[in-house]
Design a protein around this ligand. Structure first.
Ligand code: 13P
Ligand code: SF4
Length: 309
């Protein structure tokens, strides 16, 4: 029950007026996830962006995710609470460098993680998310050389899963996941000796080797709900605890601090607030706009990924 006059009520009213749907990534604040029509990982949200009815999409996540929603919904208005909600992986893969690589290596197949700018997507042959990256790379003929970009830890993990030698890996990293260390994991294991470990594949190899399960954010939630274990050390952004509590009530989840912020929060994801969500629904700004030609070229590798079920 929502108290009258609260910001939550304002958001719900604006949402109705605008015929807006609200999509939220697992890393958003709980109060935002609470209001969402759909919560998911980046692959699920990309699919749902196209399936759900509405004139406006309010995307609570980071900017590249809102851009993906726009590519799939060119005729809808797509807004996001904060234009500065970026991603260190987007910063690590400037479009000019990817274009130059492509020119130098015309025969290589460029597989880009969705955590890239729309300009980089436009230079790519196929996209992937952490959920389908192995499937995407396996869909490419083995004799072809693959460039995987921009996350080096996800790239190395995919290389181990696929056993593929001819894979070049870009050297980008996620500021949240890349600084989880085995030292901190070991300390958590001492405190929680019965806990099993679930990790996102953006974590370093030394940590992934010790994980009982490796997968995307939604895959982690599914696994924690499904498996018999009662206590989990979770190596990803702590916003996921909202979905974990809903899907696996009564189970215990421990988040370890990384070496970057001594926390497990993504500073970009956490830029979004209820106030900014209200303002973007009211003003229909910041709005995602993608130049037509870039959108046309970026949509092709996105559709190739989505066609791989
Ligand atoms: P997911 O695709 O697992 O949601 O991951 C997105 C992301 O940004 C992880 O840091
Ligand atoms: Fe980017 Fe890492 Fe934040 Fe995910 S958690 S949005 S990869 S900086």
């Amino acid at each position: 029950m929502v108290a009258s006059g609260t910001i939550v009520e304002e958001i719900l009213e604006l949402k109705q007026q605008r015929q807006a749907i609200l999509l939220a990534h697992h890393y958003q604040e709980a109060e935002i996830q609470e209001l969402a029509d759909s919560i998911g990982d980046s692959l699920e949200l990309a699919r749902r962006a196209r399936e759900i009815e509405g004139r406006v999409i309010a995307f609570c996540g980071v900017w590249f995710m809102a851009e993906t929603a726009k590519l799939l919904n060119p005729h809808r208005i797509v807004v996001a609470p904060d234009r500065e909600a970026g991603c260190s992986l987007v910063d690590a893969s400037p479009a000019g460098q990817v274009r130059a690589y492509r020119r130098r290596n015309p025969g290589h197949v460029i597989v880009s993680y969705v955590n890239t700018s729309v300009e980089v997507k436009a230079e790519s042959d196929i996209l992937c998310t952490s959920r389908n990256a192995v499937r995407v790379v396996n869909s490419i003929p083995r004799e072809k050389t693959v460039l995987f970009l921009p996350d080096r830890n996800l790239g190395l993990w995919v290389q181990r899963q696929t056993g593929r030698d001819n894979m070049k890996i870009w050297q980008g990293a996620c500021i949240v996941h890349a600084t989880f260390t085995s030292r901190r994991l070991a300390a958590a294991r001492v405190e929680h000796p019965g806990a099993v470990v679930a990790a996102h594949p953006e974590c370093p190899e030394e940590v992934l080797h010790q994980a009982d399960f490796v997968g995307s954010t939604s895959a982690i939630v599914d696994w924690c709900a499904r498996t018999d274990a009662q206590e989990f050390i979770v190596l990803t952004e702590s916003g996921i605890s909202y979905s974990l509590a809903r899907r696996a009530p009564g189970k215990r989840f421990v988040f370890i601090p990384n070496e970057e912020c001594n926390c497990s929060e993504c500073p970009y994801m956490k830029l979004n607030t209820l106030e900014k969500l209200r303002d973007c629904l009211r003003d229909l700004e910041p709005r995602v706009e993608v130049p037509e030609e870039t959108a046309r070229r970026a949509l092709l590798p996105l559709e190739r990924m989505l066609a791989l079920r």
